[in-house]
Ligand binder design. Structure first.
Ligand code: FAD
Length: 320
């Protein structure tokens, strides 16, 4: 018996948030008196795979199939279901992200498992199997109890600090036979988004809203992001207006991020925006309107004009 965790990578480099998922699975495994097994597919170097041992995976089931460098939900479902059956897994962990949300429900159906999405805590097993998750777009917490024999948990990224220990995982090549229909969706081209830090993995994010007035002022956001080593994001109207690409838009209809620091410049703080960022550890809001709703969600607020405040913040950061 082993707790299974799906590990994601980008061009062979394991995503930081997946290391957190491995650590999470391994802590649950310890609690159950068992081990954690990582499942990874695509093209990944041996050293990256062994490295998972430092985050608590004793074994890695590796599916060396280049087709799985891309998200093919059916194929990944097949991999996870086969791994869960082989390992007799009571719990399957994946990330609460685009990939996890595409794969986990399919896995849950096939294994007749209960599914917890957006998990923020370790399961409390004293009175059942209770996990804390966010609800109502981050306005409340829900404590859900799952009583199925097999459970699938989607972990909200950036919920736990990463701690690396010594240790190497044992790699086992895992063969899964696929069918053509598992690869029914063909990827025609992939746009590699260049930038200093990918938004989904970023610990620091500088984000702009309509208060930035236009794309010509985005240099102010980028300068602060560059000084901090942060990723950039934006509100939805900014992306809708074509000032910024849509992959930067966060909120209910965009990405969900949980960075350590989220700086919101000229963003009102509508509930749909907060839905994507309210899990941030520290929120700094810059807005010229002291009544802007975002201040209620902020840890630090600056009432002022972004055109003046942003350059001064950037200069201050550069001095450190
Ligand atoms: P505005 O609401 O126009 O706010 C601009 C802010 O900038 C104001 O608070 C103003 O005081 C301030 N400002 C102006 N000039 C300056 C200045 N010089 N210096 C400092 N501050 C200044 N929105 C999202 O962001 N993400 C989503 O995923 C999303 N999904 C949605 C889904 C649905 C179904 C719906 C109905 C809406 C959704 N929205 C989403 C839109 C959301 O409701 C808001 O309209 C949007 O977030 C507002 O964007 P904003 O704060 O950039 O612009």
């Amino acid at each position: 018996m082993s707790v299974i965790v799906l590990v994601e990578h980008t061009a062979g480099t394991i995503k930081k948030k997946s290391l957190e998922a491995v650590q999470y699975a391994s802590e649950i495994a310890k609690k159950l008196g068992t081990t954690a097994t990582a499942v990874i597919a695509g093209k990944v170097e041996e050293t990256e795979l062994k490295n998972l041992g430092g985050y608590g995976a004793q074994k890695v089931l590796y599916v060396a199939d280049d087709r799985l460098n891309e998200l093919h939900a059916r194929a990944f479902t097949r991999v996870l279901v086969a791994a869960a059956k082989q390992e007799n897994s009571p719990i399957i962990v994946a990330l609460h992200d685009v990939n996890g949300r595409a794969i986990a429900p399919r896995v849950a159906i096939q294994l007749k498992a209960g599914l917890i999405s957006g998990a923020l805590s370790y399961p409390d097993t004293d009175k059942g199997f209770i996990v804390k998750k966010s609800a109502f777009s981050g306005k409340a917490f829900a404590f859900v109890n799952v009583n199925s024999d097999v459970k699938v948990i989607l972990l909200a990224p950036n919920s736990f600090p990463l701690v690396k220990a010594d240790g190497e995982a044992v790699i086992e090549n895992f063969n899964v036979s696929f069918e053509d229909k598992d690869f029914g969706i063909k990827v025609k081209s992939v746009d590699v988004i260049t930038g200093e830090v990918p938004l989904s993995d970023a610990e620091l994010v500088v984000s702009g809203g309509r208060g930035m007035k236009g794309p010509e002022n985005w240099g102010l956001i980028e300068d602060l992001a560059h000084a901090l080593g942060a990723a950039t994001a934006c509100s939805r109207p900014v992306a809708d207006s074509g000032w910024r690409p849509h992959h930067e838009h966060v909120g209910q209809t965009g990405g969900t991020i949980r960075p350590n620091l989220y700086i919101a410049a000229g963003i009102s703080g509508a509930i749909q925006h907060l839905a994507g960022v309210s899990g941030s550890k520290t929120i700094v809001v810059i807005n010229k309107d002291p009544e802007a709703p975002f201040f209620k969600a902020a840890n630090y607020g600056i009432v002022g004009d972004v055109m003046e405040v942003l350059p001064r913040l950037t200069e201050a950061v550069k001095k450190f």
